[in-house]
Ligand binder design. Structure first.
Ligand code: ATP
Length: 686
């Protein structure tokens, strides 16, 4: 395992060009291009407005001298009827720009709507829709426009429709693809939890965040449209006399190309300059966007295989009456049947904080997301029981297929609060904090604007954000990372939820802010009696904050123990022992080696002691991929205490006391001394 693999997702180096690569070089001077483009387009717009007033009469005035060359009176000569070509070129600016704008508007509106519909439809329609669009894009837009224009009657209306229709597939594909990439971000997950429907999700949360690349396409598309319209007019399919645009003028000029070439110069130069200006705006916007874009973390990739059965830790013998979340034999499966989370069972009582700890990829987040009905597309969950319980109403089934309805969404939104890992991805960057914080209260609790605002201020105050009222008017980027995470906690607390899921809420923060965030979570738990599922790589943090700790390895729970056991270092499973051994402690810490399972995460930010007392242990090797789990214990290849049985026999569950369980052959083999407990046969434990 490399050190990079061990890093949390938001700390891994992003894929992208190295400094000095070709792409980086092309990004230079976005400001200059943008300025040139905007200036050019600005001048053209001014010209379009004023030209008919200034040159309108002169452009229509017939003269005795036809096909005149360039002169002081007629800078660009005259046409076949003696009209001044410079004046006509200036006047044609308005019609040319108007028609191009109209066609671009049609292309973008139709395309974005189509892309949105494709994205919100089910996976099958989406796949077919994208395939059809790919085929349409593979035909040059001008050829498509020519075909459409030829079918319709020649004229500007036909051309605008033809070019608009031909340009729409590009917008549709970009919209659908960008929406898919933004859909995985935390704030979209939150919005889904809040019960926001797909169309509103698209309008409010996705479109504003993909506006930038769409804007770039808009400028580039405008340049192409202008060229295409001029081309169709030039071919006689576009603007018809007595009206004229630059394409029309160019067609007239080309008839006398050999006798009076200057006639073609004016419209040709105008077309090129306008096209270049629009392209510059597009390129400048793209370069500026590239510079500011944060690189996305690499996508997770796994290979198909068959699920591997094993005994389960955490099946508490007695679920308390006040349990808020009860999960029994939870599996999260890929479409091919591979279990990413395999047979996880646990419960969280009212006011209890349960920690889940494990290496990257062990299934912590998927377990949590399944509990909030927020699994990403392509995955589904099954369970013997997965319920959010409420003393006054029926339990909410968290995995039942087809249970999505308004009441389910409302209960999920109100009863579960989520705090994500990356504070910068937790809020929609395009919306002010106020609207985002008050949304759930207004939509699901029908609070008035004033009540929702007061609640938001109260929670922001609780998380110790200064001047909470003015924070509501700020955008997320105006807050520091720690402030954003505190605002996220405030957002999660707004409905006074029964359960908070905190998915590595401190991993992206520096060590002082981490401590503050942990204090706030504890305070919220004490104030409201909120149950909490707290996920972390860091077993020391989990031991400090939580009441009970679940240890996950390769998609399964391998040990359940009390936080006191964690603090005292009383782990039974060799994996938990290794995590503890790899965790620096303020009283005994030494530097952690890079190749350790808990090492880099656990040691981040911890001060090393001047007097190293013990060396932190490393766990060689890496966890298996979900489809490569061995038939026996998944930890066996890395286990320092491995037995022969570990390699090919699934380990049994051993429960030495209520609330304590461990999935390990060592317990049954009597390899430990002085322990008491009940070994369950494998079948009984499942
Ligand atoms: N959308 C997905 N499609 C397919 N596989 C996925 C998906 N999301 C996660 N996985 C896989 O499921 C397994 C568990 O992932 P999960 O994100 O729950 O792990 P984790 O313990 O939370 O890791 P981390 O600490 O890095 O967030 C991993 O092998 C991961 O590659």
């Amino acid at each position: 395992m490399t050190a990079t693999n061990l890093l949390p997702r938001n700390r891994r180096p992003a894929d992208g060009p190295s400094p000095g690569s070709a792409r980086t070089k092309r990004r230079r001077r976005p400001g200059l291009m943008l300025t040139l483009g905007l200036t050019g387009l600005g001048l053209l717009v001014v010209l379009a407005v004023v030209a008919p007033w200034i040159w309108g009469d002169r452009a229509e005035e017939l003269g005795p001298s036809v096909h005149l060359g360039s002169s002081g009176e007629h800078w660009l000569g005259t046409d076949a009827l003696g009209r001044d070509i410079f004046a006509r070129t200036m006047v044609a600016t308005r019609l040319t720009l108007e028609l191009s704008a109209l066609a671009t508007l049609i292309a973008s509106t139709v395309g974005i709507t189509l892309g949105t519909l494709i994205w919100v439809s089910g996976p099958r329609i989406r796949a077919v829709g994208l395939r059809v669009i790919d085929v349409m894009i593979s035909y040059p837009a001008v050829i498509l426009a020519l075909a459409i224009a030829a079918i319709l009657d020649p004229g500007p209306k036909a051309c605008v429709i033809a070019i608009g229709a031909a340009g729409s597939p590009s917008f549709a594909r970009l919209t659908a693809n960008l929406a898919a990439s933004v859909a995985g971000r935390d704030f979209v997950g939150s919005a889904r939890l809040l019960g926001v429907g797909p169309l509103r999700l698209m309008r409010r949360h996705i479109l504003p965040n993909i506006a930038e690349p769409l804007l770039v396409l808009l400028s580039v598309s405008y340049a192409h449209t202008l060229m295409a319209l001029s081309g169709l007019s030039f071919l006689g399919l576009g603007v018809q006399l007595p009206d004229y645009d630059w394409g029309q003028l160019l067609a007239g000029g080309l008839q006398s190309l050999y006798t009076n070439p200057v006639e073609a110069v004016g419209p040709a130069v105008a077309i090129v300059l306008a096209g270049l200006s629009a392209s510059f705006v597009g390129d400048g916007l793209a370069a500026a966007a590239n510079r500011s874009r944060r690189a996305d973390a690499p996508a997770k990739a796994t290979k198909p295989a068959e699920a591997n059965a094993a005994a389960a830790v955490g099946t508490a013998p007695a679920v308390p009456d006040d349990a808020v979340l009860v999960v029994d034999d939870l599996r999260v499966l890929r479409k091919d049947g591979t279990a990413l989370v395999d047979g996880v069972s646990f419960h969280i009582g009212a006011a209890e904080i349960v920690g889940v700890v494990g290496e990257s990829g062990s299934g912590k987040s998927l377990t949590a997301m399944a509990a909030a009905r927020l699994l990403p597309g392509g995955l589904h969950a099954t369970a013997r029981t997965a319920e959010l319980r409420h003393p006054d109403s029926a339990a909410l089934d968290l995995v039942a297929p087809g249970a999505e309805n308004a009441e389910t969404r409302r209960r999920l939104a109100v009863e579960i609060g989520i705090v994500y890992q990356d504070p910068s991805a937790s809020f929609n960057p395009a919306l002010k904090l106020g609207g985002q914080l008050t949304e759930t209260l207004r939509v699901h609790l029908k609070a008035s604007r004033r009540e929702a605002r007061e609640q938001a201020i109260e929670q922001l105050d609780f998380v110790r954000l200064t001047d909470p009222a003015s924070r509501l008017r700020q955008y997320p980027h105006e807050l520091s990372g720690g402030m954003r995470q505190r605002a996220m906690i405030a957002a999660a607390l707004l409905t006074r939820p029964r359960l908070i899921i905190a998915d590595e809420p401190t991993t992206a923060l520096d060590v002082t802010v981490q401590a503050e965030v942990l204090r706030l979570l504890r305070a919220a738990n004490e104030r409201d009696g909120t149950a909490m599922l707290f996920i972390s790589h860091d077993i020391a943090v989990v031991g400090d904050l939580c009441d009970r700790v679940l240890v996950m390895y390769a998609g399964r729970l391998v040990e359940e123990l009390t936080a006191e056991d964690v603090r005292e270092g009383r782990a039974r499973h060799p994996y938990t022992q290794a995590l503890l051994a790899a965790t620096p402690r303020l009283d005994t810490a030494a530097a952690a080696p890079a190749e350790s399972a808990g090492g880099p995460e656990a040691s981040a930010g911890e001060p090393a002691s001047a007097e190293p007392v013990r060396t932190l242990a490393a766990i060689p090797g890496r966890p298996p991929q979900p489809d490569e789990r061995p038939p026996g214990c998944a930890f066996a290849p890395r286990c320092p205490q491995v037995l022969a049985a570990c390699h090919d026999t699934p380990p049994p569950v051993h429960s030495p006391a209520p609330g304590l369980s461990v999935l390990c052959h060592l317990e049954q083999a009597g390899a430990r001394t002085g322990e008491t407990g009940t070994d369950k046969p494998l079948e009984a434990a499942r």
